[in-house]
Design a binder for this molecule. Structure first.
Ligand code: SF4
Length: 357
């Protein structure tokens, strides 16, 4: 009979020696961490990897060291700094949340209070409450789902298994050092109990693991087959007038909302005319994969002679492709003038890598 009560102590002892060093963390046993840094990192990490987030986190905390600084920031600058992280609704919620926290003076200290803030769902509220306020909340991200599914040999496929995995994880959460325990579970999933080849021989929980005992660790967690993504099509227009390029800020609501972009058609079958009357020429196609669909975007370019009906002409000397979302950067890579034909631009950073969290 397995005695699961020893799991927290064994896992915390492992974490004390093997915790990942991350810029938003405090070392094991020295918590709780700064809620601003925990919140910012957790929002950035939603749908994005640790490797991709690190540089963004360091840049944001350098520009805006406190939640009050971020609350007072220029919205367009925040969106530009977010460019490349994707899922732009997170950036809009980030600003709204910073302003709400600054207005009330500080972050709420409970999961319930945190969950009332913009952009903070059940997972993020539990993570902040545990890591920043040492509340005994159960924090279940993808890494923790995998560890728990294997520890208990849960055969139900995801996502149907989620409630069962949360309940099983809750049964493990200790009253002491819950923030460290949450991070230890995440680290175990990220570094030992990895998706394809779990290093069971190095695992502090190996003696308690039902999947290991049955030799099925690498098969878990099971996942329901993914539905094929539909393919949508659209057009983007990149117009030049002398040393200027035509850009616009996308509407706040909707995909890539509030980001700097080139004028385009809708991507849901809705149509829009070109932003100016010109001799548009197709120069290629870019493909981009969003969560729910793939998009083929025809890239058109032209020299503008008439005044555009949409967008603003921005001097190329001030235009930074790094402020564009990934889709628009791909289009720009096809259309940009040769370096000899344009003034130097001021790129901030390259596209982040996509290493596993
Ligand atoms: Fe994961 Fe293996 Fe540890 Fe089980 S024993 S939790 S499968 S690494």
């Amino acid at each position: 009979m397995r005695d699961l009560r020893v799991i927290p102590a064994q896992l915390l002892a492992w974490y004390d020696c093997h915790a990942r060093l991350l810029p938003w963390r405090v070392p094991p046993g020295q918590g709780p961490a700064d809620p601003y840094r925990v919140w910012l990192s957790e929002v950035m990490l939603q749908q994005t990897t640790v490797a991709a987030v690190k540089a963004y986190f360091e840049r944001f905390t350098e520009l805006w060291p406190t939640v009050h600084d971020l609350a007072a920031a220029d919205e367009a600058q925040v969106m530009a700094e977010w460019a490349g992280l994707g899922y732009y609704a997170r950036a809009r919620n980030l600003i709204a949340c910073a302003r709400a926290v600054s207005a009330r003076g500080a972050f709420p200290t409970t999961r319930t209070g945190l969950a009332e803030l913009p952009g903070i769902g059940p997972y993020t509220s539990a993570a902040i409450a545990a890591i920043a306020f040492d509340r005994p909340e159960t924090v279940v991200d993808g890494n923790v789902e995998r560890v728990v599914a294997r520890l208990f040999a849960v055969g139900t496929p995801l996502p149907a298994a989620k409630p069962e995995l949360v309940a099983l994880a809750a049964g493990l959460t200790p009253g002491a050092r819950p923030g460290d325990f949450a991070q230890a579970m995440m680290d175990l999933g990220a570094t030992v109990c990895t998706p394809r080849s779990p290093a069971c021989g190095l695992c502090p929980l190996g003696a308690h693991c039902a999947a290991r005992a049955r030799g099925i660790a690498a098969e878990l967690p099971r996942k329901a087959p993914k539905k094929a993504r539909p393919l949508r099509r659209g057009t983007v227009w990149i117009g030049f007038r002398g040393q200027e390029v035509l850009v616009e800020t996308r509407p706040k609501k909707g995909l890539l909302g509030g980001t700097l972009a080139f004028p385009s058609t809708g991507w849901d079958g809705s149509d829009l005319p070109p932003p100016a009357d010109a001799d548009w020429r197709e120069i290629g196609l870019v493909r981009h994969v969003f969560t729910h669909f793939a998009l083929d975007l025809a890239v058109m370019t032209a020299s503008l002679t008439a005044a555009p009906e949409r967008g603003n002409l921005a001097p190329l000397s001030e235009f930074s492709p790094a402020a564009l979302p990934g889709l628009m950067r791909k289009a720009w890579a096809l259309a940009r003038p040769e370096p000899s034909a344009r003034p130097a631009t001021t790129g901030r950073r390259g596209k982040p890598s996509r290493n596993p969290r």
